[in-house]
Design a protein around this ligand. Structure first.
Ligand code: ADP
Ligand code: MG
Length: 342
């Protein structure tokens, strides 16, 4: 009789996990920017080359890491954000799985420069496919800079599967928008192949939407606001006559996280019943704030799905507040003066 079961070596386990966490350059962008947000950055810069296929760099002015943490951050299940199972039900950070950096480092060439604000010198780490190439003391600005180069260099099948630069960039911009629309008080910029695509100064929620989607967006937005025991709803819905053939500008956030919910999308559409031209889709930007212990966001590694305790109640609340807000605006359009909602 011989035993044949073995624990996988870390670098193999990391590569498998990477398959779930990192599907394309946009996944790396999401993970790195979320880390910068979690680090308390007030300025986050995203620099891309060839839609992220050759370079994805995120520079932030957040709290930075110590030398030891910088090395540790690439270990699997290494996180500073939770320490016990109960923490999963009171999450205030975007990250918590401690998987992203380990996964990214398993399938790319990664360079990290980081310095905490209260020390003079930072650290510079180079990692290639999980292997630590070097760690040195470095003169670097306070905060953190991650450069991810040659994504999927060691997984040719994945690399070949990447779409055209246009498509990959579109995916990146989608992820970027999902973050900047929530964190309107952070200064974000995006530079692709040397040209500036976005430079978004800190502002309020409405103005951030306008800055991302264009000045003409302003006249399309109807504010919504509702406060109940189980949810606080804020945001904007598009006036029905501006609904478009494509389903682009539909954003639903729960506790500052972009979330997909077919069920609540249906609630929104139900509120528009009878108001839309056939085949058109309204814009919406809806922000839910719910008690952290009333949701479970640990369903999917990319965390775009969420489970609510009382989905049906949320459905009716959402439908009625949107219906009400649209109705108000329809009955008395002259009263639809521009409000400052932030
Ligand atoms: P998670 O975000 O789930 O904790 P990650 O693999 O994304 O896992 O990051 C691991 C750890 O590295 C984080 O918990 C955090 O302590 C540290 N870290 C990552 N990015 C940054 C950053 N930009 N600034 C400061 N610390 C960071
Ligand atoms: Mg993270």
């Amino acid at each position: 009789m011989s035993d044949i079961i073995r624990l996988l070596p870390d670098h193999v386990a990391n590569q498998i996990a990477a398959g779930e966490v990192v599907q394309r350059p946009a996944s790396v962008v999401k993970e790195l920017i979320e880390n910068s947000v979690d680090a308390g950055a007030t300025e986050i810069k995203l620099i891309l080359k060839e839609a992220g296929k050759t370079l994805i760099q995120v520079i932030d002015n957040g709290k930075g890491m110590s030398d030891v943490d910088a090395r540790m951050s690439f270990e699997r299940h290494a996180t500073s954000k939770i320490s016990k199972a109960e923490d999963l039900f009171a999450l205030s950070t975007k990250g918590f799985r401690g998987e992203a950096l380990a996964s990214i480092a398993a399938i790319a060439h990664v360079e990290l420069k980081t310095r905490q604000h209260d020390v003079e010198l930072g650290t510079h780490i180079v990692i290639e496919g999980t292997k630590l190439v070097s760690q040195e003391v470095a003169v670097t600005p306070a905060g953190t800079s991650f450069s991810v180069k040659n994504l999927f260099f060691n997984i040719p099948a994945r690399r070949n599967f990447l779409k055209s630069d246009n498509v990959e960039l579109r995916n990146i911009i989608d992820e970027f928008e999902r973050i900047v629309l929530v964190h309107h008080n952070i200064h974000f910029s995006l530079i692709h192949n040397g040209s500036e695509v976005f430079n978004l100064l800190p502002t309020n929620a409405r103005q951030r939407i306008v800055n991302v989607f264009g000045t003409r967006t302003n006249e399309k937005l109807v504010p919504i606001k509702e406060n109940t025991e189980i949810v606080e709803v804020t945001g904007f819905v598009g006036k029905p006559e501006f609904a478009k053939k494509s389903r682009g500008e539909q954003f639903f956030f729960v506790n500052d996280r972009f979330v997909k919910s077919g069920y609540l999308h249906h609630a929104i559409m139900a509120a528009y019943e009878g108001l839309l031209k056939e085949g058109t889709h309204p814009s919406y930007f809806i922000y839910f704030n719910v008690p952290p212990d009333s949701i479970d966001i640990n369903i999917h590694p990319t965390k775009t799905e969420v489970k609510f305790d009382d989905e049906q109640a949320l459905y009716s609340i959402l439908r009625s507040i949107i219906k009400h807000s649209l109705g108000q605006f329809n009955v008395a359009p002259v009263l639809d003066f521009q409000r400052d909602a932030s």
